[in-house]
Design a protein around this ligand. Sequence first.
Ligand code: 13P
Length: 256
Amino acid sequence: MPDPTTRDRPVILGNWKMHKTPAEAEALAGAVVAGTAGLAVDVGLAPAYPALLSVGAAVRGSRVRLVGQDAHFEPQGAFTGAVSARMLAACGCSLVLVGHSERRLHFGDTDAVVRRKLDAVLAAGMAPVLCVGETLVQREAGAADSVVREQLEAGLAALDAEDRERVLVAYEPVWAIGTGRTATAETAEAMHRVLRRAAAVIAGEATAARLSILYGGSVKGDNVAEILAGANVDGVLVGGASLESGSFLDICRNAA
Ligand code: 13P
């Protein structure tokens, strides 16, 4: 199984959010498996919960990973509507998004909740993808760097050294998600540099040098190569353009 935390090859994650039935998701996953075989990229797909098993079956035996979109922090219990990290692992997930801006915005996930979810995902033996990013208001106020540094610190600081090695980070400026307004390659690289420097302060230079930092926000086939050219950009987290095999495979091919 490839390890997307090594920075060897670009990591391309498709976050399908609240789209695709199990059958639709299975068909899309099959097309992604076929279209990415042999490409020098590490691909992961994050379907909605009801499609985890059908997508898991479609990617079985391939290099494509199954990714959870979120996990509750408790291992089990009376939490109607929630899904635990252990359940995701049992479905075949090896990665889980934690702290996506849509979770923070629509579901009230605070940094403290994000921290507990990181623990839960790690305890279940999976790798969390810690999502950070500033809003437009925060960027215009000149607070972008400090906002993402604080989100990173809230996630990483209390983890032990071994667990920090298993975390991936995704920088997703909120103003670039689903808006068609991509951060320029320079803006993305600048923030990734900020994040890697902040990670070095928290976790040490060696761990920071190994940390995979993905960019997300209106990534498409025609901008992915430019974004990945940044020395500190190790992959991309794709929303809208991951919902069709044609646009997602364009991204994978142009990233490879
Ligand atoms: P878009 O690619 O649709 O902007 O979404 C990005 C995202 O939120 C991925 O998690």
